[in-house]
Design a protein around this ligand. Structure first.
Ligand code: AHR
Length: 360
């Protein structure tokens, strides 16, 4: 079993960070420049007074999940908490993200946080950070071709995909559904979130002999999900009974496309639809039976990064890998537990109380 974030005693910090979230994704924060420009020009540079300067190279603003991630960082890396945050929204452009990191190096920030758009192509820029003596903390998505970072805080995406597959197997059995013909709407190409979820679900599909009719890139956006689903509805009309959306926003787009095509879905429909992320609007859809299940990807990494920085400031060595705690949510109370990687995991039946307790 993977080490979970509970190893860090951050409950209070996290609770505080979730309290009041304002602003907009991609907006500037205290002393920070915004936008998606490659120069990532920021006001204030390097160590400013007693504040710890942190440059955050964010993926973009493609999804509700991303908005929650950015807001969490803005909350945690505030002046009140002793930080100056320099923020860059790369708008899903890897070249912009690399240039933002170079700009952070030039400005002499104390720490760099990066959520890597893609999982490869990192060794050179991380070497530049290392040469400049700036510790890098990776969040959310993984870097697969370099280990020149202090810590990574994020999700086990393959486990999310496996959980989705194991839940679908148990659900289909409980419902007497003997044949699975699935359509997958993937996230952005090259993102570790896409790679892990695709691999995990495919592993179960192959084991169970399911058919994956198609698997196309919806870019983690609502518009992308809608576009892919519109084309699926034309190409595979009457042939599919499962739609796997690799994030919530794609699922919203897919539902719009199925509505237009006259395809019914959810608890009372012909098609089982699931998503990853479990933002509040998705859990609301599950509560209402519009979606059958959602598999959480936890965006609240910032409090744990704060802890990593505090450990570094104290001369301690943080954990190299810190996994976020995640849960699985379903509309019907017929699968209460699944086994993933040999570990029994609960499936939460969504009630109003469960929805009300969702933090983002
Ligand atoms: O990397 C995490 C993924 O990126 C989330 O699932 C998705 O919503 C986001 O855009």
């Amino acid at each position: 079993m993977k080490k979970k974030v509970l190893a860090l005693t951050l409950g209070l910090t996290m609770a505080l960070s979730l309290a009041a979230c304002g602003g907009n994704t991609g907006s500037s924060t205290s002393g920070a420049a915004s936008g998606s420009g490659a120069d990532a020009s920021t006001s204030g540079s390097g160590s400013s007074g007693d504040l710890i300067t942190v440059g955050f190279a964010q993926v973009g603003h493609e999804s509700d999940w991303r908005t929650a991630s950015t807001k969490s960082a803005e909350e945690v890396f505030s002046e009140e908490n002793g930080y100056e945050l320099l923020f860059n929204d790369a708008d899903n452009d890897s070249a912009v993200q690399l240039e933002a990191i170079r700009s952070f190096i030039q400005q002499g920030v104390d720490y760099i946080i990066v959520d890597p758009i893609v999982s490869t192509g990192w060794d050179s820029i991380l070497t530049e950070c290392e040469d400049a003596g700036i510790p890098v903390i990776v969040i959310d998505r993984t870097i697969d071709d370099s280990d020149k970072y202090v810590s990574w805080v994020g999700s086990d995406f393959k486990t999310e995909g496996l959980a989705c597959g194991e839940w679908l197997k148990a659900y289909a059995e409980a419902k007497g559904i003997s044949e699975i013909n699935a359509l997958v709407i993937e996230g952005s190409t090259g993102a570790s979130a896409t790679i892990g979820r695709t691999e995990g679900f495919k592993e179960i599909a192959d084991r169970e002999g399911w058919t994956i009719l198609d698997s196309q890139n919806g870019d983690f956006t609502e518009a992308g999900g809608q576009e892919v689903m519109e084309s699926y509805c034309q190409s595979y009309a009457g042939q599919f009974n499962v739609v796997i959306c690799q994030n919530d926003n794609e699922a919203y787009g897919a539902m719009t496309a199925m509505d237009a095509a006259g395809v019914t879905y959810g608890v009372d429909g012909d098609v089982i639809i699931v998503s990853f992320d479990s933002n509040k609007p998705a859990v609301q859809h599950v509560l209402e039976g519009n979606m059958n299940a959602t598999f959480e990807c936890n965006p609240m990494a910032a409090p744990f990064v704060d802890e990593v920085i505090k450990q570094l400031e104290a001369g301690e060595t943080p954990e190299k890998e810190i996994y976020m705690e995640e849960s699985w949510f379903a509309a019907e109370d017929i699968v209460s537990e699944i086994t993933v990687n040999g570990e029994a995991m609960p499936v939460i039946h969504v009630t109003q109380e469960v929805l009300d307790a969702r933090p983002y």
